[in-house]
Design a protein around this ligand. Structure first.
Ligand SMILES: CC(C)(COP(=O)(O)OP(=O)(O)OC[C@H]1O[C@@H](n2cnc3c(N)ncnc32)[C@H](O)[C@@H]1OP(=O)(O)O)[C@@H](O)C(=O)NCCC(=O)NCCS
Length: 169
């Protein structure tokens, strides 16, 4: 395991990003998609192109050498009444968890939001039993704002989701 570096993606990363999401989708059940449910490269390429120069959407990669080991995103609407709210998504590969990569990604995203001139609030959803994620978010000041009952159905069992959020300015 080498030194972890962080950067925004370029279009050439699309294939690796899709591979990573499909891999981690099978590694954890806490994501909203399962193994191989993540969209194809073509869509990822369009997404990455769309991020270039985008004021309130961004993606950050954590890399060990050339290998993607974590991804965090902020996606926002362009609608006037809701464009100040970014939705945060994050995943770190199991082998790399517990080393501060998730914290670094979130701190970098918060800093990015503070500087983009638009985002004043971040929200996210997390399964109520995902204690690692919930404590990570709380460490940064997120609070539980609500709870959606039975939002996830997995292997015949229902799970609740917390809606978490925080103002950043
Ligand atoms: C949630 C996740 C992104 C955290 O990434 P990470 O790189 O392991 O995070 P860090 O090493 O920076 O740990 C940050 C904090 O998370 C919490 N945490 C991490 N692992 C934990 C665990 N096993 N149990 C409880 N808290 C834990 C701690 O609060 C920790 O802060 P501390 O080190 O100051 O005590 C990662 O576990 C992950 O990808 N999980 C699977 C996908 C997922 O759940 N994504 C979020 C969906 S909402």
């Amino acid at each position: 395991m080498g030194k972890i570096t962080y950067r925004n993606p370029v279009v050439e990363d699309a294939e690796k990003i899709v591979e990573f999401y499909n891999y981690v989708g099978g590694e954890t059940s806490y994501l909203s998609f399962e193994k191989d449910e993540y969209p194809l490269d073509v869509k990822a390429q369009e997404d990455i192109k769309g991020l270039e120069g985008n004021v309130n959407n961004t993606m950050l990669l954590a890399l060990d050498g050339e290998e993607i080991v974590g991804i965090a995103t902020i996606y926002s609407s362009h609608k006037i009444k809701s464009r100040h709210e970014g939705e945060l998504g994050i995943v770190v590969a199991k082998k790399y968890q517990g080393q501060g990569i998730g914290s670094t990604l979130i701190q970098m995203l918060i800093d990015w939001c503070k500087g983009n001139g638009v985002t004043t609030r971040i929200r996210l959803d997390t399964r109520t039993d995902n204690t690692a994620a919930a404590s990570l978010y709380m460490k940064f000041g997120f609070v539980v704002e609500g709870c959606c009952k039975n939002q996830t159905l997995l292997n015949g069992r229902y799970y609740d989701l917390y809606i978490m959020g925080m103002m950043i300015k």
